[in-house]
Design a protein around this ligand. Sequence first.
Ligand SMILES: [Ca+2]
Length: 384
Amino acid sequence: MRRKVNIPNSKRIIGSLFIFLGITALAIVTPVGGLPQGSGETVLYQEDFEGGTANGWDLGGNWKVVQDAQGNWALHGQGHHWAQYTRDAWGDYTVKLRVKLIRGTIHLNYRVSNCTRYFIGFGEQSLYFNKTSPCENHQELRFLPERHSTERWYEIKITGKGNKIDIYVDGLLKISYVDPDPLLYGTIALETLEESEVYVDDITVLGQAPPTLGLRWTKTGGPLGGLGYDVRMRPDNPDMLYVTDAWSGVNMSEDGGHTWFASNKGIITRAGPSGDAIPIFSLTIDPHNPDIIWTGTQNTRGIYKSTDGGRKWVEKINGIVEQEGITFRGFTVDPRDSNIVYAAAEISSFAWTANGEERMGRYFDLVKGVVYKTTDGGEHWAAI
Ligand SMILES: [Ca+2]
């Protein structure tokens, strides 16, 4: 018997935050010679546009890289259009850039993430600091009636450390703001307004380099794509590892992660556009007996139990009510008894709203939670 699950559209997948993990790649981490890098700020991104291109930028409307009368290449925008750097995003960082107004106002967007952002309005008549959060909700945080000349380059610096944002113009601190509900992460973007025309050049992003801790990841195989979720190590034999992935199922290693193989014998749940993906999501090893392993599915009803260390699996779904839209995020085995197990799951909005209508929370699919319990090793489950 093959159980086939159709996921009607991509929104349901986006219901899981972990889609942003992107491609699953199984890897091991090994020590690298040398000590961690120093704690100073380093250049995370730098662009002077002298190559005539804007690599990593999504240039909307009529944003383009142009050469001015002096032969200098810069970004140029006019009218209400966006240019966004899409190749990276950061937490605490400083962005420095040069801006030349021809007319109007530009928004310098900071910590842009989906539809939330801070934005600094730099215009002929004003300097202001605003925030968009939640989506479409613009909050005015600071306004200064500062005059700025046209046809002149200004140096602007925006620094964010946690909830404190400082804005400098030509080296002078103009706005310092502590946000009680801060946006903590995101990229940079430029937004010219109606009746505006602006040049931007020499963009530098400074911040802490990602910590390396003297370790290096090495790719050791694994499926090409999917939603990796749990990594488990057998407590009595650390060379035995398990990685779950929707949609390649259970991946196992017996040599400490150097080589991997799929171990899905007995798992009959299938999903995906072609109906052959194995939507295994969570996996937990019984702390009393590491030969007993529990695994659960994504977006469909499926709990499987192995009693031989993950080589074969038996479906255990008696008592699970939901057929679709249920994702098992984890299992907990009672510290006194292997037969008592709790399975925590979320249920997508389409599975519980009238007419199967999807409902969004702040950013993602609005889910409900359920906890199932078995007292007989998975023969029967009941929601508690
Ligand atoms: Ca330039």
